[in-house]
Ligand binder design. Structure first.
Ligand SMILES: [Zn+2]
Length: 410
């Protein structure tokens, strides 16, 4: 059973015209006019596929292909329909359209899966209106109850409740959310890995965790001319040593972690004064929590050693830690095998960016598939993925959906 790669590609191109900006790229924030136009367009295609699309109470587009045992819960195939300002045609849109393509292919072959399949287009993933990323997925799993919708406000003080009340797409009725047994998302990688080595698609093993630590070195500000080198307590010496040690931690991880010092503030910051203080922020991203815990304690030890060597005091504040989110083993296995079903090599990689699946994983089993982003570009008008890779990803998504629709372990 083959998906129609040409049809998928034409839809990606057509949807990519919705919200097209004169200055380049796509501007399609959730609940805006372009989003409504996108919903109307995709809803039309869903109807062409024989489905009955609707909008749920928070503006997500949904259409369900009923399975032979709908009481088992549906497998959702989706992603988001909004874009970043001047974004590309693939981020989010591809996952929704590939879900539609998979379901339409099944219908055209007269196949009724055991579990129902739901095509899902989330309204707000990018966080343009309220500065809250993956908002729709959080609303879906009930982390933000309706009575708080009025407290989520945009820059002008307009609440989510007002946005929802005003969001209407003619011909697309309100529908109840289906009960989900699992969620599958095809997404562009948004990084350079697959494109770099010619890979066509990969299963996602885990969405990376993020740790952020503020390290403050304190020495003694003094005259940059009269203070002999041996008598200095230069806070920058310790900070510079730590910055390079942090780089080396990332480099030594063999591609399993990235490390960044993105904030580096030297005080008092004068040419003729020895730095008395440096405040720096260390950020680390890693798909596995054991390694992350090890790197976190390494940073603390390295900071203490750098302080000791340079006669400094050091304060360490590990203020943020969002753990890595592993894909559920059942959908992970389904996505891995689906690659082989689709005639592709089996391959697994981490996701270095967040996605709707990262939030949904807190409530239901999730799995993800990646296809390449040319040049690793995303959140850019230059975002691009080859038609053949879109088709390969959609084909794998179809196989993963079929596997999960029939899997008793969910
Ligand atoms: Zn996205």
């Amino acid at each position: 059973m083959k998906i129609d790669g040409t049809r998928l590609w034409e839809r990606v191109q057509r949807l990519g015209q919705v919200g097209r900006a004169a200055a380049g790229g796509i501007v399609r924030p959730a609940y805006g006019e372009a989003h409504a136009e996108a919903v109307a367009l995709v809803a039309g295609w869903l109807r062409d596929a024989g489905l009955e699309p609707g909008l749920d109470e928070t503006g997500n587009l949904i259409a369900v292909l009923e399975g032979s045992e709908p009481e088992l819960g549906a497998i959702a195939l989706g992603s988001h329909l909004d874009s970043v300002p001047h974004g590309g045609a693939f981020d989010g849109a591809l996952g929704v359209l590939a879900g539609l393509e998979a379901v339409q292919t099944l219908r055209e072959h007269g196949v009724t899966p055991r579990r129902s399949l739901a095509v899902l287009g989330f309204a707000d993933e990018e966080g343009n209106n309220f500065g809250i990323g993956v908002l729709s997925a959080q609303l879906w799993i009930g982390e933000i109850p309706p009575e708080r919708f009025g407290t989520i406000r945009d820059r002008d003080g307009r609440g989510l409740d007002a946005y929802l009340a005003a969001f209407d797409v003619p011909g697309v009725p309100r529908v109840a959310r289906p009960e989900l047994a699992a969620y599958l998302e095809l997404h562009v990688e948004q990084g350079p890995v697959l494109d770099g080595d010619g890979g066509a698609a990969a299963a996602v093993e885990s969405i990376v965790g993020i740790s952020r630590t503020t390290v403050t070195f304190t020495g003694e500000a003094n005259h940059a001319g009269t203070t002999p080198m041996a008598l200095r307590q230069d806070a920058l010496w310790g900070a510079a040593e730590l910055a390079l040690a942090v780089r080396d931690l990332g480099r030594a991880s063999d591609g399993r972690a990235v490390t960044t010092v993105g904030v580096f503030e030297v005080t008092p910051g004068a040419t003729n004064v020895i730095p008395g203080g440096v405040r720096m922020r260390v950020e680390m991203r890693c798909p596995d929590e054991t390694r992350m815990a090890d790197m976190r304690s390494r940073v603390e030890a390295l900071a203490a050693e750098a302080a000791e060597r340079n006669a400094l005091r050091v304060a360490i504040d590990p203020w943020h830690h969002a753990p890595a989110v592993p894909m559920h083993p059942v959908p992970l296995q389904a996505t891995q095998r689906a690659l082989v079903d689709a005639g592709l090599p089996e391959r697994t990689m981490p996701s270095w960016a967040g996605h709707d699946a990262k939030v949904l994983a807190r409530a239901i089993p999730v799995g993800m598939l990646f296809v390449p982003s040319k040049g690793g570009l995303s959140h850019s008008p230059l975002e691009d993925t080859a038609a053949e890779h879109c088709a390969a990803g959609a084909q794998a998504l179809l196989h993963a959906a079929l596997r999960l629709a029939d899997d008793d372990r969910l």
